[in-house]
Design a protein. Structure first.
Length: 145
C-alpha cells in the first residue's frame, strides 16, 4: 500500500471543507496510507518554505499554476507508476499566497489542476477527490465516467 503525504499550509476553517476532506480521507483509507501535514501560515513564503522542505518525502509533486496539466487518467497513471515502484508520494499545497521558489525547485514535478484560480480551502477538497478518482481508475471501478 502506497504512502501518500499531503503537505499543506493553512487549516481548513469551515466545517463543510473539513467534512468533505474527512469523507475522502475515509474513502482513501482502502487504497493508501494517507497522512495530512498541516503547517501554519507564517506570512512569509520563505518561512513557510523552511517548514515545507522539512516534510518532503519520496516523490514530491507540488501544485503550481505553472505546472503541467494532466487528465485524471494521466494522474492515475503517475500514481500507479509510483505505487508499482514502491515509492512514497508527497503532494504539496502552498498557502493562499503560493509557494516559494525553493519548494518548487525541490519538487520532482509541478502539477496544475487548472488554469483557473480556486479558493485555497476548496483546492484541498479537489486534490483529495482527484487522488480518490485516480485510485478508482486504477482499480477499474465505475466511479470515473
Amino acid at each position: 500500500m502506497i504512502k501518500v503525504n499531503i503537505v499543506c499550509v493553512g487549516k481548513l476553517k469551515e466545517g463543510y471543507w473539513r467534512d468533505a476532506c474527512a469523507e475522502y480521507e475515509k474513502r482513501l483509507g482502502r487504497f493508501c496510507k494517507l497522512e495530512v501535514k498541516e503547517l501554519p501560515e507564517r506570512g512569509s513564503l520563505k518561512d513557510e518554505a523552511a517548514d515545507i522542505l522539512k516534510k518532503l518525502q519520496g516523490y514530491v509533486l507540488v501544485s503550481a499554476i505553472e505546472g503541467r496539466e494532466m487528465s485524471s487518467e494521466e494522474f492515475a497513471a503517475c500514481l500507479k507508476k509510483l505505487q508499482d515502484e514502491g515509492r512514497e508520494l508527497t503532494l504539496v499545497i502552498g498557502s493562499s499566497c503560493g509557494l516559494d521558489p525553493a519548494v518548487k525547485g525541490a519538487a520532482d514535478d509541478k502539477i496544475s489542476f487548472s488554469r483557473m484560480t480556486f479558493p485555497h480551502q476548496m483546492f484541498r477538497v479537489v486534490l483529495f477527490e482527484q487522488l480518490y478518482r485516480a485510485f478508482m481508475i486504477n482499480s477499474g471501478a465505475e466511479y470515473h465516467k
